[in-house]
Ligand binder design. Structure first.
Ligand code: BGC
Length: 345
């Protein structure tokens, strides 16, 4: 694997953001910045061997600083929404910073996606590792506890990579990390509807009008949200009449080695298989993209032009006692992993 580093741009206090580039033997090219622990570019060969840009991203730091779309970013401390931007632990209520009218979304205005992470590179015989670390101080965005966060990207020459999310705290707190890459396996020549999607999920979480879970899971078998088999999204009229922005409940009872999600583009032949330890996956058909941002190769990212597959714990878990817990206590280690495998067929 070939690896090189380039400067991305200067932040406040003269600190410099970098991008780490990985060129794999089987063709994958992955770029990751320590600004926001962000996947800034991902290229995969199509059937003809031509490299296709399959994630939304920018070539310069300024555009990331000016964008509210979280392109490729690591999300923390808490992915998705927390009702009223608040939760209670041991009788003490914490008011988080809100960045939506009634909720906190993706860790607040200045969440992990806007932090500069310390980067260390390890070159091993079998893989290359980029370890990114950030110490989130007590009360940052309102969250309790000093939180030591580590996000590790492990990259293999076989067109695959893993993201490991780890954290430790010195006070009880809630954590839920994710990655917010916008995938388009046609290279943004066709929209989300031209993709085939499979999600190994038996249900999705019902939402209220503030896009918060009601606590109820709706079963998917036999409905338009049944993605047990690879399904062409346009055939389901998704994303036109059913824009996707739901947390699917991954079938963890399924002991098969099948992926938790698959995204495929019939024209380029590029297939992404995702495996995760997380209980949920937020499938989001980029409903809020509006063409206002132009990225790699002059592409202007339009509504429904990509699909995000954000593996994570369930939204608003701190306020939903029935959901799997996101509480992290001192002395405990938070660890989640998501693996991404690409092939072309
Ligand atoms: C959420 C959307 C939100 C978007 C912002 C997604 O993860 O599910 O509701 O608008 O992120 O980019």
């Amino acid at each position: 694997m070939k690896t090189f580093e380039s400067c991305f741009g200067k932040l406040a206090y003269e600190s410099m953001a970098h991008v780490f580039h990985f060129k794999c033997e089987q063709g994958m090219e992955l770029s990751i910045s320590n600004y926001g622990a962000t996947i800034t570019a991902l290229r995969i060969p199509d059937r003809e061997g031509k490299l296709i840009d399959i994630v939304a991203g920018f070539d310069n730091l300024k555009d990331y600083q000016n964008s509210d779309f979280y392109f490729g970013a690591s999300i923390g401390r808490y992915a998705n929404r927390i009702a009223n931007g608040s939760f209670t632990i041991d009788g003490k209520t914490y008011q988080l910073e809100k960045n939506e009218k009634r909720t906190q979304l993706h860790g607040g205005e200045d969440g992990f996606h806007r932090k500069l992470w310390d980067a260390t590179l390890f070159k091993n015989p079998d893989n290359t590792i980029l370890k990114l670390q950030y110490l989130s101080p007590d009360q940052e965005a309102g969250f309790p506890g000093n939180l030591k966060a580590t996000i590790t990207f492990t990259i293999w020459d076989t067109n695959s990579f893993a993201i490991d999310y780890e954290a430790e705290t010195d006070q009880a707190t809630h954590v839920n990390f994710s990655n917010h890459s916008y995938f388009n396996l046609s290279g943004f020549t066709e929209d989300a509807g031209s993709h085939e999607l499979a999600v190994d999920a038996f249900g999705y979480l019902e939402l209220n009008s503030n896009q918060l879970p009601t606590g109820k899971m709706i079963e998917t078998p036999g409905t338009v949200f049944d993605f047990y088999k690879l399904t062409l999204l346009s055939e389901r009229n998704i994303p036109n009449n059913y824009p996707l922005d739901y947390c699917f409940v991954i079938d963890k009872t399924d002991s098969s080695k099948d992926p938790d999600a698959i995204l495929y583009h019939p024209k380029t032949g590029i297939k992404l298989r995702i495996f995760t330890t997380q209980p949920g996956i937020q499938v989001y058909s980029s409903n809020f993209l509006d063409g206002s941002m132009t990225g790699h190769q002059g592409v202007s990212y339009q509504k429904h032009s990509a699909i995000c597959l954000e593996t994570q714990h369930f939204p608003d878990s701190p306020n939903q006692p029935e959901f799997p817990s996101t509480l992290l206590l001192p002395g405990e280690k938070y660890h989640q992993q998501t693996r991404y495998f690409f092939e072309t067929n």
